[in-house]
Design a protein around this ligand. Structure first.
Ligand SMILES: [Zn+2]
Length: 136
C-alpha cells in the first residue's frame, strides 16, 4: 500500500466542479492511473500515502487536498476538501463525475496531467487527447 511513495510518475485528472455543500466552484484532483486512457496499474481508492512533492504540485494547481477522516473512511485519506466550507468532495462522487468527461471533445475546466517530481510533464485537455497520445 506504500508503493505510492516510490512512484516516479502520477496521472491525475483535474477539473472544476460545484462543491456539493456550498455550491461554490472548486478544483478537484483524482488519480486516474490505470484508467483506460493513461498507463499504469489501477490506483487504490482513498489513498493514504502520497509523496510531499506530489501534494505540493496538486495544491499549486488549485486542488485543495488534505488528509481527512470521514464517516466512510474512518482511518482517513487524502481527500479533496472545499476551501470555502471545508466539505470533503467524496471520492465515489468524483469517480462517477469523471465518467461524464469520457466522451467530451472540449470539456471546459478539465485536464489530465502527467506529473513527476520535476513538475508537469504532459497536459491533455480531454480524455481523448490523453488516450490518443498514450495508445496511438
Ligand atoms: Zn463548499
Amino acid at each position: 500500500m506504500n508503493h505510492n511513495l516510490n512512484k516516479l510518475t502520477f496521472y491525475y485528472a483535474l477539473w472544476q466542479r460545484k462543491c456539493w455543500k456550498c455550491k461554490k466552484d472548486v478544483i478537484v484532483a483524482l488519480n486516474v492511473e490505470g484508467w483506460s486512457f493513461v498507463p499504469g496499474e489501477e490506483g487504490e481508492l482513498w489513498t493514504q500515502k502520497l509523496p510531499d512533492w506530489l501534494l505540493k504540485h496538486l495544491r499549486s494547481l488549485g486542488a485543495n487536498i488534505h488528509y481527512r477522516k470521514t464517516l466512510i473512511v474512518k482511518e482517513g485519506y487524502y481527500a479533496n476538501v472545499c476551501p470555502y466550507c471545508n466539505a470533503v468532495q467524496g471520492e465515489w462522487f468524483l469517480r462517477e463525475e469523471i465518467l461524464n468527461y469520457l466522451y467530451e471533445k472540449n470539456p471546459p475546466n478539465f485536464k489530465i496531467l502527467e506529473i513527476r517530481k520535476e513538475g508537469i510533464i504532459r497536459q491533455f485537455n480531454s480524455v481523448k487527447e490523453a488516450n490518443d497520445y498514450y495508445f496511438p
